[in-house]
Structures are given as C-alpha cells and as structure tokens.
Ligand binder design. Structure first.
Ligand SMILES: NC(=O)c1ccc[n+]([C@@H]2O[C@H](COP(=O)([O-])OP(=O)(O)OC[C@H]3O[C@@H](n4cnc5c(N)ncnc54)[C@H](O)[C@@H]3O)[C@@H](O)[C@H]2O)c1
Length: 450
C-alpha cells in the first residue's frame, strides 16, 4: 500500500475544521528582531514586494493519494488557513519604540524595503510588558506593567488580549512568545497543577516567570500559545492542564533556525548510513540583542540545554553504542556586536567509517537569524489557529506535529521528542492529511507493482 486510511480514532467521528472567518489577531510578547522581521515581511508580501521564502504554509505543497494521482495542491489551498491579508498584529515590549523603530534597531531588513512598509509598522505600538530583570538580566526598559502580584499582572495581560480583539476587529487571536530568552528554570512544585500555579500567581512565586504569565493569560482566554524561545514557559503540567481544559493549543520550544536546523538535517543522514560520531563542536558569533541576552550565563544555560538535547535523541546511543556511545558535544555562543543579526555558525564534526577510519566534516553557515525565524513564526501562528479550529487537534494541548519548527519539541510526559527533521516533516504532513480526512502516506508503495 502506498497510503493508508487514518487510524481507528478517526473512523468513528470524521474530523472537522471550522472555516477561517474574519481576521486573525497575532499578539507577540517581544517586538524585537524576529517579530519585526515577521510583521514587516508579511506586509511586504501583501504588497507584492517580496516572496514568503522559507514558509511551508505559503510556498509548500502536499501530495495527496497515490503518486499516480498527481494531486499536490499548495498547503494554503488544501487547508483552511487564515490568509495573509486577514492578519492583524500587536504585541508587548519593555521598550516604547514602535514597530518601525524596533525594526530599524534590529537591522535585519534593509532600509530601502523597510521604508516601503513604514506607514504600516509605525501604527504598531508595544503594550507595556510583564517584565522582571531577575529572569532576563542584560536588558531593562521603561514600558513595564506594575501590579500588586503576579495574578494581577496576568489579569492585565488578559485585559490587553480582550481589548486588542475588540480594537483590531479580530475574530480569533494567537499569542507567540518572541521575547528574550529567560534564565534556566526547572519545573517545581508550583508548576505541577493548575491549582498550585494559581496559588503561586497570588503569592508571586519566584518560579513563575513573565513568559509563564503571558501563557497563562492567553490560555485562560482560550487563545493558543506558542513559544519561540527555549524558556520553560508553557512546558509545565499546570499550563498543559489549562490548555486542554480551554481547548487552546500550545507548542514550543525554541525556533529551529541556523545551526540546529543544520544539525537535524545532517545527523539523520550520518545515522541513516550507520557512520559513527566521535565529536561535534559547534560555535557561533552573533551581535544582535538576542546575542547580548545570551551572553548572560543564566539565559545561555537555557539555550544550551535546548541545543544539546538534539543529537542524543537523533543518534540514539542506547540503540547504537558502538557508533554513538561517547560522542563529545559542545555548543558555544559568542556575543560579537559587529556581526549584528548575521550570525556565523561553525561546526566541526568528527565522524568515523568502515573499520573505524576517522573523517571530518566542516560547516560554516553564514546565516541571517531572523530571516530564518520569521517564516517559522508565520507558519506557527497560522497552524496554531488551524489547530484551534480543528476538532481533532484542539483538545490535545501540546501540538507535537509542530515539532518540525522547534529545537526542543514539547511532548507529553514519558514520550521522547522527535528531532529528525524528516520524521518531523512526515508527521506534520500526515497530520494535515489526517485532519482533512485524506489517506496517510506510508511510502510503502508495493501496490504500484501489482
Ligand atoms: N532569531 C532567531 O533566529 C531565533 C531562533 C531561535 C530562537 N529565538 C528566540 O526568539 C526570541 C526572540 O529573538 P530575537 O532575535 O527577536 O530577540 P530580540 O532581543 O531582538 O527581541 C526580543 C524582544 O523581547 C523583549 N522582551 C524581553 N522580555 C520581555 C517580556 N517579558 N515581555 C515583553 N517583551 C520582552 C525585548 O525587549 C526585545 O525587544 C529569543 O528568545 C531568541 O532566543 C530566536
């Protein structure tokens, strides 16, 4: 069989998807490099000034049925996604700069193109942020909310969401965290249930970070929440409980862009050919504000954890001890201001082949961080909104099918994450087929030879 009917659970009640009527509001905590590149980019595409390169939802197709059927529609025509013309943006930041000024500071999009979308960007002003320097140490700004405790701050964010819904005329809203990387936090007692989390909000428990407050507020409003940074944020039982209860999907963590994207492309290939790995050294230089924040050891630790787990999961040393048992993995991020957002990532990979003979692979990726992140952010908001409208997906909580976009994909307790980009892509596309009642594709293909 080249394809199979989807599983038993789908047999009883066919999945349905509500249409994408009206505008989709996108609220972004953090109006920095990624957010402004996303917003300016969407406006440029809407005006026909550029193409949405890197966005699977905008450029990608999906094969349906047998290879001989020749059915490969564009994903955005196959799924009832919100159209780019229906997107309205807002956000929060600790700085008062409007979206145009913030984009100028980020220096990702060249001034010539930025000028063409300036009137649109000028209209987007950041709402005051929930912020605390104990969680992001290297920056401070004036545009910050005050409240008597963390519950009060969460209420203020909820009110922001409701007001935005009204003022923008959006019929649906999605929140995507594009704020700075917070210091490393481990799940603790206060994160274990919604009841303990809500008590913690009241007591301003230090284990509740600002990003968790945004996530709690969004989910309380029934609004899906995605996490583009490696922070713990919604990856805790309390917020999973809230997500499921309110049928507001969640996903994360940490956009899979430059170096980790390369790692999850290359490592599956090395493993597919049963080549061994003795070491993988990765280092970066970058000079944007993200780089400055990551220069703090607390925030770097959060990022490091996110970047390190990838190889272990892909290579499965427990299954292949002779090839991967003791490989040495090191990740470094160096803040180097002259480079701005144009990061350079070097990888030195020591592999071994037949009879143990050593070989080396070198990668020098001169990438543009936010140019790689913006299309991911776009796909995520569109697909989170779709998940909210899908009968098969909205009650799941974690949207594991969106692992494709993340360095540290969220999974339910006890389930290890899939990091291999190609497995992730199959999972993503099969989920798309499944929610539309199409046959899943297994690539077995024996029936072509009957
Ligand atoms: N650029 C990439 O390719 C990439 C890839 C993976 C992950 N990320 C993550 O995405 C996030 C955004 O990256 P960026 O390059 O846009 O960074 P950035 O520093 O340009 O922007 C982050 C913005 O968030 C704001 N901020 C911080 N804490 C906030 C809070 N509590 N509430 C509201 N605003 C807050 C900051 O003032 C800043 O303007 C970072 O956590 C980064 O690690 C980025």
């Amino acid at each position: 069989m080249a394809s199979t009917r989807s599983s038993a659970s789908s047999a009883s009640v066919p999945p349905t998807i509500e249409p994408a009527r009206g505008k989709l509001g996108i609220l972004l905590p953090g109006l920095g490099a990624v957010s402004t590149t996303l917003i300016a980019g969407v406006e440029a595409v809407r005006r026909g000034l550029a193409e949405p390169v890197g966005s699977l939802t905008q450029m990608g197709t999906i094969r349906l049925g047998r290879r001989t059927d020749r059915r490969s529609p564009l994903i955005r025509e196959f799924l009832p996604l919100a159209g780019l013309k229906d997107l309205v943006f807002g956000g929060w930041d600790i700085y008062e700069a409007d979206c145009y000024e913030a984009a100028r500071t980020a220096e990702v999009i060249e001034p010539q193109l930025l000028e063409k979308v300036r009137p649109y960007l000028r209209k987007i002003h950041p709402l005051p942020a929930v912020f605390d320097q104990n969680y992001v140490r290297r920056i401070s700004g004036p545009n910050v909310k005050r409240g008597k405790n963390k519950r009060d701050l969460a209420e203020q964010v909820r009110e922001d969401i409701r007001k935005f819904r009204k003022s923008s005329g959006a019929s649906r809203v999605v929140v995507l965290w594009c704020g700075s990387t917070e210091v490393f936090l481990r799940p603790g007692a206060v994160h274990q249930s919604l009841a303990s989390f809500e008590k913690g909000l009241q007591k301003s428990d230090p284990a509740i970070s600002p990003s968790m407050i945004y996530a709690y507020a969004a989910l309380s409003e029934g609004v899906p929440f995605g996490n583009g940074a490696p922070n713990l944020t919604c990856d805790i039982p309390a917020l999973l409980e809230l997500s499921r209860r309110n049928q507001a999907p969640i996903c994360g963590k940490d956009f899979k862009t430059g170096q980790t994207l390369m790692k999850t492309i290359l490592a599956p290939g090395i493993k597919a050919r049963m080549l061994g790995l003795s070491g993988w050294f990765s280092t970066n230089i970058l000079g944007n504000r993200d780089g400055e924040v990551l220069d703090d050891p607390g925030s770097f630790k959060t990022k490091e954890e996110s970047k390190l787990s990838v190889l272990e999961h892909i290579l499965q040393p427990e299954l292949y001890p002779k090839l991967y048992k003791d490989f040495y993995h090191k990740v470094r991020i160096n803040y180097y201001p002259p480079r701005g957002d144009n990061k350079e990532g070097w990888d030195n990979i020591d592999i071994f082949g037949w009879l143990g003979y050593p070989m080396q692979i070198k990668i020098d990726f001169l990438c543009r961080d936010s140019i790689l992140a913006a299309p991911i952010a776009l796909d995520l908001v569109l697909l989170l909104d779709l998940a909210r409208r899908s009968s098969a997906l909205r009650g799941l909580g974690i949207q594991e099918w969106l692992s494709f976009y993340f360095k540290s994909p969220m999974t339910p307790p006890g389930l290890y994450p899939e990091h291999d980009l190609f497995i992730q892509l199959k999972k993503l596309k099969n989920t798309m087929r499944y929610i539309k009642g199409e046959e899943l594709i297994t690539h077995l293909g024996l029936d072509y030879y009957d």
